[in-house]
Design a protein. Structure first.
Length: 348
């Protein structure tokens, strides 16, 4: 009997011992848990937060496109600014359209403002072929690309695009129309644009390449009217007083040509053949009234749109896929086709 009782007690003791062993292993399990956090995925989260930086806009980093042109009081430059603004807004950009008034110092300040605003890009009709190079380079150094329209600068590889009218082709085309209107003979005067503007020299040279072939055409006066209508009027008035025998006036732009036409009208000289370059509505009205012979349309609205589209592509893809310098042909406008011209747009 004692042996049976001892056997039962011994079995019970062994069972308790085994239960105690299992319990101790379960209690020790949590002690190993701290080793697991070393493999936890959340430690890699910072890599995911860096992704948005790669999607930031190229350029200065903002969504602003600066549009910098000469004075908007000139319809040509106003058309540039308005067209570029509309296209940029259509593409989703904020726009700041400002004028340098053909002042290189003011233009430099406007470029500084664009840099301070971290502009995405700059569209510019510049204030001087030499004076503008430094401003464009400064913007480029700040990561802001510049797209030039209408006027070139005397440097390559600084601006992304230089989109200009083919002034040489356009001036030659309208000069040919003028020579025919003059009957290939007579004395004439020339009004030049700003000396700092490469277009002034290009247009004058192209005029003379055509006109100077005729010994029967003689230039008796040549003065600068700085692209301005009032100066065009005043200079023409003076020229008419000194050279009443002239029967023609060639002008580097339409603004001066309109001033010349007003001066001729005031002097009662409806016989004088006048040409300009631009393709403005004011010139078109004078052509229809037979107070001007013609003009060479620079397609400024088209050039402004091209510049914004190329800026957008460059910002998104890092390249325009085009050459830096691009020429847009002009259209000779006379009484025969003037009705197809409106707001610097020629409709076939």
């Amino acid at each position: 009997m004692k042996r049976k009782v001892l056997a039962v007690l011994l079995s019970a003791a062994m069972a308790v011992s085994m239960l105690g062993g299992c319990g101790s292993k379960e209690a020790e399990a949590p002690a190993e848990a701290p080793a697991e956090p070393e493999a936890e995925a959340p430690e890699e989260a910072p890599a995911e937060t860096e992704a948005p930086a790669a999607e930031a806009l190229p350029g200065g980093g903002s969504n602003i496109i600066y549009i910098i042109t000469p004075s908007h009081s000139n319809p040509f430059f106003k058309t540039e600014a308005d067209t570029a603004t509309a296209k940029a807004q259509e593409l989703g950009y904020e726009v700041k359209a400002v004028s340098h008034d053909d002042d290189a110092t003011k233009q430099s300040e406007l470029f500084d403002n664009a840099i301070a605003d971290k502009a995405a890009a700059i569209i510019c009709d510049n204030a001087g072929a030499d004076a503008t190079v430094e401003a464009v380079q400064k913007a480029r150094d700040a990561g802001i690309p510049t797209f030039l329209i209408d006027r070139e600068i005397n440097a390559d590889g600084v601006a992304i695009s230089q989109i200009v009218a083919n002034n040489y082709q356009g001036a030659k085309a309208i000069a040919e129309e003028w020579v025919e209107a003059m009957g290939e003979e007579g004395k004439y005067a020339e009004l030049l644009g700003k000396e700092s503007d490469t277009n002034a020299g290009v247009r004058s040279s192209a005029f003379h390449e055509v006109i100077d072939q005729y010994d029967t055409l003689e230039m008796v006066a040549q003065q600068t009217a700085n692209w301005e209508q009032t100066e065009g009027y005043d200079k023409t008035t003076t020229i008419l007083q000194s050279n009443p025998e002239i029967t023609g006036i060639i002008c580097g732009n339409d603004t001066m040509a309109v001033g010349a036409a007003e001066a001729c009208k005031a002097a009662g000289r409806s016989d004088i053949k006048i040409i300009g370059v631009d393709g403005s509505d004011e010139a078109a009205a004078r052509i229809k009234a037979e107070e001007m012979t013609g003009t060479a349309l620079q397609q400024c609205a088209l050039m402004a749109e091209m510049a914004v589209e190329q800026a957008d592509k460059y910002l998104k893809e890092g390249s325009t896929g085009l050459e830096e310098k691009q020429l847009v042909d002009c259209v000779a406008i006379t009484i025969e086709n003037v009705d197809k011209l409106s707001a610097f747009v020629y409709s076939e």
